[in-house]
Write a protein that binds this ligand. Structure first.
Ligand code: PEP
Ligand code: MG
Length: 308
């Protein structure tokens, strides 16, 4: 099997009828890059930056962050590297943030909510990201978005950071793509408006399943209810994809579900443009994509989804 998969290296992620899908990788730290390159990842679809915040006893400095982002950007050699801003809170706690104890941390002060509450923490990370943009094709992605105003506020802060760095004469890419994670039902319902504000969407199916079905993703004895194949989740994907395309942007999946090859054909029918998976899943997924002929089953799959 391994030899068979190895033969797929260098081949396009193309369906029988010639549709190209971006197959990217999820990574948790720069050390994962060896596996990305060994498995022929087409880009980084989700670089979880939390490792920088979880490994020490204090906030990582701008310089530490810059070095980590730059390393990954350089090693990808001009392929897209989507770095997600910090997603601390809920299941990822760092003591020095001194967050209050919460009864429902998944619905509490986490991710982008911390960034918009503590702009100095956010700005340090954004400075490091914009500096790293001079060394590869860096894109920035924001987690846990629920509202249009959050994205507008984020863009204002990004613009400030860019201007600050430009005034200091720091090199940066001319254009850095900004994207958001679609991982709350609110983001799906607002996806027509949100799509006009950003360059891409990436669906976090782990959280989207949790919030859509009101089932804790870490819950014990809830496996039967935590169902990412639930039609409610798949319909949300369809809605977000239609709204992304209407606004001329692309949409991917970076949650675990993206690697589930029993759904690859459904994702293509829905119009998903990118799948970001663990490095070990790249070649099996490429194999699945290359066996699909979207002319055969797509209408049937969509009809079933709408009637499910
Ligand atoms: C998700 O929620 O699906 C996701 C990719 O983000 P994380 O698992 O880091 O919350
Ligand atoms: Mg998430």
């Amino acid at each position: 099997l391994k030899e068979l998969l190895d033969q797929l290296k260098g081949k396009p992620n193309e369906t029988v009828d010639g549709k190209n899908i971006m197959v990217y990788c999820n990574i948790g730290n720069p050390g994962d890059m060896d596996a990305v390159l060994a498995n022929d990842g087409g880009g980084i679809g989700l670089f979880r930056s939390e490792f920088l915040y979880l490994q020490g006893n204090d906030y990582p400095t701008e310089e530490e962050q810059f070095q980590a982002y730059k390393t990954v950007a350089e090693r990808m050699g001009g392929k897209r590297v989507i770095i997600r801003t910090l997603d601390i809170g809920a299941d990822k706690q760092a003591d020095y943030f001194n967050l209050d104890h919460e009864e429902n941390p998944a619905m509490g002060l986490r991710a982008i909510r911390i960034c918009l509450t503590r702009p100095e923490v956010f700005k340090t990370q954004l400075r490091a990201l914009y500096r790293a943009s001079a060394y590869g094709k860096v894109a920035i992605m924001f987690p846990m978005i629920t509202s249009v105003w959050e994205v507008q506020e984020i863009k204002r802060i990004c613009k400030n950071v860019r201007e600050e760095l430009a005034a200091e004469g720091v090199p940066m890419a001319d254009y850095v793509e900004l994207g958001i994670m679609i991982e709350t039902p609110s983001a799906v319902m607002m996806s027509d408006r949100l799509a006009k504000e950003v360059d891409f969407f990436s669906v976090g199916t782990n959280d989207l399943t949790q919030y859509t079905l009101a089932v804790d993703r870490q819950g014990n004895n809830l496996d039967k209810f935590y169902d990412s194949h639930h039609p409610a989740v798949l319909r949300m994907l369809k809605m977000a994809a239609d709204n992304a395309h209407a606004a001329g942007i692309w949409i991917g999946i970076c949650g675990e579900l993206g690697a589930d090859t029993s759904l690859t054909e459904t994702f293509l029918a829905i119009g998903i443009d990118e799948l970001s998976v663990s490095p070990a899943s790249v070649l099996p997924l490429r194999n699945a994509i290359r066996s699909i002929d979207s002319r055969v089953n797509h209408d049937k799959i969509l009809n079933e989804l709408l009637q499910s």
